[in-house]
Design a protein around this ligand. Sequence first.
Ligand SMILES: [Zn+2]
Length: 157
Amino acid sequence: MKQSPDLMIAQAAMAPGKITLDGFLGTDARNLIDILIADNAAVERLGYDHADLAARMEYLRDAGARGLGEYVTVDKMYEVKVDSVRGKLPCPFGDQAFIPKVNTTVRRKKDGLILTYSDLHIHMIREHGFYEGKGCLFRLEPADIVTVLGVPEKNTD
Ligand SMILES: [Zn+2]
């Protein structure tokens, strides 16, 4: 699909060495608009919207923050570690958002599955429905977020 000038600018900001060393798109050759459409469909198929996933990520980050960089047990099911370093990263979508460099690692105790995400991920998912490109080291698959983090079932009434 043809994309807007805004998304062209965002896609350029996602290239390696612009905001982050590795960039946001990995080996994904699709246009940003097509990545967004595909992930939006994937999240809908799972029965959620982006805000549901972002809210769960934020909940676990907040619950893990009391560990001050060490793993803490959350809701008996998870071990969560929240690391932060100085500085902020600009959101590549050009909305003037500057996001603190905070990384959250969630380990599901029953099977050891691990998911790591940043505060920038949470912002980009909630505000832009963006999970990074395929082949990007930091891409988050919506299905993995739902499974590993246990996003609560949506209230369907
Ligand atoms: Zn943004």
